[in-house]
Design a protein. Structure first.
Length: 406
């Protein structure tokens, strides 16, 4: 198939008018194919510096472009951890050199993500997307309150992986029927709920802009919902895997291990309801590649984390839009608009992606551009194939059967 870049840019410009964010059309038809604004993922792990055997800024950003993304925010569990301007520069230099799309780095909340000493928030704030200790919850209310107070003073969002260790009991899958039947150590959902409850109260007290990462449990969503009703400046995300899978779908394979874990079927239904009623503000992948060896040790011993940036839109389109849970425009809002609006990321001219929504296929990780292959979606039939992704007017992903002319 052939596309004219000149025509595509006109479609993109016509789409992103003044009422685009306010509720105008989010999709443009291009000869039977669908053009959207480029997606934005607020939660990815591109593993560089420090762990380039898992992923690099180059391979991660290429995979993101394959998934229709023109912007991402990269989490700080790196080596060195971006906990100072010196350490941040190591990551930023790689981004400037290798990224094919926009990559905005997080800074950690604490030095080394160790939860002991707060980073120089004021120095880092102008240079980072937001602050997060990523896969580690802040364990004490006193520390989180100080973090929030300082972040509020510089108008930066605190993003939290919510997990209180004394409740999680070193669990690595949900403390549900599968864990009991198969002898696995279960993670009590209270570990997630307790921190969400505490942090929303602290955000209300400090005036901090607060974002809950990868909400997986119904009670946590209810806390977010009630916080919003009280006027707390709180937002949240969930991931595609929590939308379509629960612990009844687990297999004894590392590709089903992530943190938070897949929860109950009731939690999964609550997540869909929260997407429909607006409690969930955005969909983020928590794209977390590992080596084959690290993910080949079963549920108990594999590393936490799955890849997802190349399957996010097809999964969500197939299991949210096609069954009628939400509209396609609402999905674009969740994946492209709300993340940028919440975090103050500009919409860029010439950022868009083109999809064939009628293309049906089975997810095959061998076709990923990411170094990671561990996905719970292997073999699942989905609709929606990315044909083209353009960033600032430049093609950053092009399917083999697509030709682009000037």
């Amino acid at each position: 198939m052939k596309f004219s870049m000149r025509d595509l840019l006109v479609h993109a410009d016509n789409l992103m008018t003044d009422d685009f964010v306010a509720g105008g059309p989010r999709v443009s038809d291009v000869n039977g194919y669908s053009l959207f604004p480029g997606f934005f993922d607020v939660h990815v792990h591109f593993r560089e510096p420090g762990f380039s055997y898992k992923e690099t800024i180059l391979t991660g950003s290429q995979a993101a472009a394959h998934g229709g993304f023109t912007g991402v925010a990269t989490m700080p569990n790196l080596d060195p951890v971006p906990d100072s301007l010196e350490h941040l520069k190591v990551e930023q230099d790689i981004i400037d050199r290798d990224a094919v799309i926009d990559c905005y780095p997080y800074a950690s909340l604490t030095v080394g993500e160790l939860g002991e000493e707060i980073v120089p928030i004021e120095e880092l704030a102008p240079h980072v997307f937001a602050f997060s200790d990523d896969g580690r919850g802040i364990q004490t209310a006193d520390m989180m309150k100080e973090l929030m107070t300082r972040a509020a003073a510089v108008d930066k969002i605190v993003c939290a992986h919510c997990e209180i260790n004394k409740f999680s009991d070193k669990g690595y899958i949900h403390a549900g029927n599968y864990a009991r039947l198969h002898g696995h150590r279960g993670q009590n959902p209270e570990s997630e709920i307790a921190e969400i409850r505490r942090d929303i109260i602290l955000a209300e007290q400090t005036g901090c802009r607060y974002h809950v990462c990868h909400v997986s449990v119904a009670a946590g969503l209810d806390l977010v919902r009630k916080g919003k009703e009280r006027g707390v400046d709180v937002s949240c995300e969930t991931g595609p895997h929590y939308i379509v899978l629960d612990d009844s779908k687990l297999l004894e394979e590392g590709r089903f291990k992530m943190n938070p874990p897949l929860r109950s079927s009731e939690d999964r239904v609550s997540i869909i309801d929260a997407i429909k009623d607006g409690t969930i503000d955005m969909i983020a992948t928590d794209h977390a590649p590992h080596s084959e060896d690290e993910k080949d040790k079963g549920l108990a011993n594999s590393a936490f984390g799955i890849v997802g940036i190349e399957t996010s839109f097809p999964i969500c389109y197939t299991y949210l839009v096609k069954p009628g849970h939400i509209t396609l425009d609402r999905l674009i809002e969740l994946m492209a608009i709300n993340p940028r609006v919440r975090f103050g990321v500009p919409f860029k001219k010439g950022d868009f992606t083109v999809w064939d929504l009628n293309d049906k296929y089975a997810v095959n990780p061998d076709e990923f551009l990411s170094k990671g292959r561990a996905t719970p979606f292997t073999g699942m039939e989905v609709y929606g194939r990315c044909l083209l992704t353009v960033h600032e007017g430049k093609v950053v992903y092009q399917a083999d059967d697509v030709e682009v002319t000037e």
